[in-house]
Design a protein around this ligand. Sequence first.
Ligand SMILES: N[C@@H](CCC(=O)N[C@@H](CS)C(=O)NCC(=O)O)C(=O)O
Length: 432
Amino acid sequence: MSSIGKIYGTSYAPKCARVLAAAKYNGLEIELVKTSAMDGDNKKPEFLKKFPMGKLPTFEGSDNFQLSEGRAIARYVAGLSDNAKLLGTDAKTGALVEQWVSWGDDEVWNPTIAVYLLCKNITPYNKAAETKNWDALKRSLQYLEQYLHTRTFLAGHRVTLADLTVVSNLVFLFKNVAGPEFRASYPNSVRYFNTVVNQAQVKDLFEAASEDVLAAENIKFTPPKKEAAPKPAAAAAPAPAAKKAPKPAAKDDDDDEPSAPAEPKAAHPCASLPPTKMNLDEAKRMYSNKDTKGEDSFLEWFHANYDPEGYSLWRCDFKYPEELTKVFMSANQIGGFFTRLEASRKYVLGAGAVFGEDNNSAIAMAFIVRGQSAEDTLGVAPDFESYSATKLDLSKPEDKKFFEDTLAWEGSIKGPKGDELKLNDNAAKFMK
Ligand SMILES: N[C@@H](CCC(=O)N[C@@H](CS)C(=O)NCC(=O)O)C(=O)O
């Protein structure tokens, strides 16, 4: 049998897995071209030339028909043969298939990937967002549980694309996010899951979904640091929208942006400092609204208004640059650090960026902080311990250059291999 074409993606991504499953049900051959967002394959010029949106999965038929969006690809492959009736047998089952596909993506996948990205700190971690998404998952599984009380499949009496979609999402949830206690609360859903993954057509495909490879416990957030324990003052609240900061790269866009109420805090150590002539709110407005360098710029304003008694300037370098791999992951790490600075928002202005390329990079940040202590201000972020903080002296040309360049998101620093690494313009940059 000749292949219907190629699907670009990975078999563990639910939006790709459902397509592979639909092809199996329809007895169609499809070639999986392993293409991973984590490896940046979707950003390669040859991929973007074919699929300019740069998202996975995508499909290229042997007749050159091109499709993107997992749901559309699955629908196309499911509709290529009528034997398995994957799209339903009449208007009602067809609509039910659509209902459950939509439900599986919005109500299962979205909170699943949100919890996963938060706990992996790919989306800057935020406890309230994690709880919100766990609650959404519980609500969805409760609903599925009731529905399956009297049913074997989701739409009619046979497997349809609805089941292949929902189960592909459940495979990811049960393997990567939800442990045995969570799963045990939903026995009908687990029975249903086992029924579908063990269907002869897809057993091989879903083999990796057997009980012994499912998550041994619920996914947990581990702060990205090596030393200190989290400090109570470091409320994991969201950072305000940063005008100059683009979104972190390569983040799955299906998840909600976390939002959380601020937690009650003890008085900030900077609250009792003597007054200063430089207003940091004004400095932030200048930094957001003006060019950083040049005539009538932020730096021109800053040098005219800086009060070295009321403020100090700091450089922070990630202590373990040799451990950094993908540039987009480092960018996410900086995003997380800036988010966790929230408790010091009124006392800190700074910018950070990734320097270098995948597998040879470093992270550096420049800060203006109220008072003379980096610990009192930047130390509210638990992962501050993973950065070395060096006070900058504007009378030293190299300190001044680093400070000005980093705030302007330009320049270079020494990398872990001793070579000079240029600020990576393609990685997200952060300011506070
Ligand atoms: N709307 C797309 C979203 C797919 C999606 O977000 N895919 C992820 C991988 S699972 C991706 O391509 N991420 C890379 C990026 O956002 O640049 C769909 O439903 O197919």
